[in-house]
Design a protein around this ligand. Structure first.
Ligand SMILES: [Zn+2]
Length: 327
């Protein structure tokens, strides 16, 4: 059986979206409005049951699509404490390798929310003993946190000896925000505040110059190209990523069909076929830093398991979307 593929950036919490998530009203006209009217409302509505069902479904479907490792970026502002255990159990139960983090942010409840997110990340690093699961620390994105929080996460990541997983320059709004705070851009802000550690995972990099991509590479960071998401959100093409050889592919909440993502890198990210395949293969190198060079056996859940999980999703999703409407 062939090796599985690696999804280097995604969101397990989004798997219920195809089960009737209401369209935002009025329709979003910018990337920040997409976040405010869709994803930040969905993540506030998550409770333990909907998160567990979503994660189990995403994990099982990943394996069915041939993906054996996922790097997840998680936020559930009304269910912070213990949320990473729900995700870890969901992945471990179906046999999916996962590298998990809580995306620290201040966008709902300020600095206290950031502290709670960081505590959840550190708690999980200490408590997790699942052979298939690792933890790192996470930041949502430069534009939703203060300088103080960035320093705190960076210091904690250095003390724990783990990388940081963060959205970076996905949309021009992240660049505009960092400049308003007096930095050349969000990468320069993260570096100036020592928020990144070697091996850190920077998702997107759409609005980085080739020089900035080289700077991220020199700092020991990975970049993750998410071409389907970038095209869908109309944030632009990540053209500068070719300046680094340390670039993997992620689906950013889309199903973990990595061959579709590879093909989208050609269609939407300015890659030739060789570069797109190299990005897919680079995920294996990224994975090996966490799990070692030996590949896990490629598992594929039985159809009956998937059908049972999809039935759970149909049962739970309407209540999740009712809560979402009220938020
Ligand atoms: Zn993302």
């Amino acid at each position: 059986m062939s090796d599985g593929t690696v999804n280097a950036h995604t969101h397990l919490y989004s798997a219920l979206a195809p089960y009737g998530m209401p369209a935002p009203v009025p329709p979003p006209e910018s990337f920040v409005q997409i976040l405010e009217r869709i994803w930040w409302r969905l993540d506030r509505a998550l409770d333990a049951e909907s998160l567990a069902v979503s994660a189990r479904l995403y994990a099982a479907e990943s394996l069915a699509l041939g993906t054996t490792t996922v790097f997840d970026h998680h936020e559930s502002p009304n269910l912070i404490e213990g949320s990473l255990d729900l995700l870890a159990d969901a992945c471990a139960d179906v046999g999916l390798e996962a590298v998990l983090c809580y995306g620290v942010t201040e966008r709902n409840f300020g600095h206290d929310e950031a502290r709670r997110g960081l505590r959840e990340g550190l708690r999980f690093l200490d408590a997790n003993t699942r052979p298939l699961v690792r933890g790192v620390l996470g930041i949502h994105a430069s534009f939703t946190v203060s300088d103080e929080t960035l320093r705190e996460v960076g210091a904690a990541a250095r003390a724990a000896g783990v990388p940081v997983h963060v959205h970076l320059a996905e949309d021009q709004a992240d660049v505009t925000d960092a400049r308003a705070r007096g930095y050349a851009g969000p990468l320069e802000r993260l570096l100036a505040l020592d928020a990144l550690t070697p091996g850190s995972i920077l998702a997107h990099g759409v609005h980085l110059s080739p020089e900035q991509v080289r700077r991220a590479h020199d700092a020991g960071c990975w970049l993750v190209n998410n071409p389907r998401s970038n095209a869908n959100n109309r944030v632009g093409c990540a053209q500068s990523l070719a300046a680094s050889g340390r670039v993997a592919l992620g689906t950013d909440g889309f199903p973990a069909d990595m061959l579709a993502e590879r093909d989208a890198a050609v269609a939407h990210a300015g890659c030739d076929a060789t570069t797109a395949q190299a990005r897919l293969d680079a995920g294996l190198t990224l994975r090996a830093a966490f799990f070692g060079p030996d590949r896990p056996p490629r598992a594929s859940p039985e159809t009956a398991v998937l059908e049972s999980l999809r039935a759970d999703a149909r049962r739970v999703a309407p209540r999740l979307f009712e809560r979402m409407k009220a938020l």
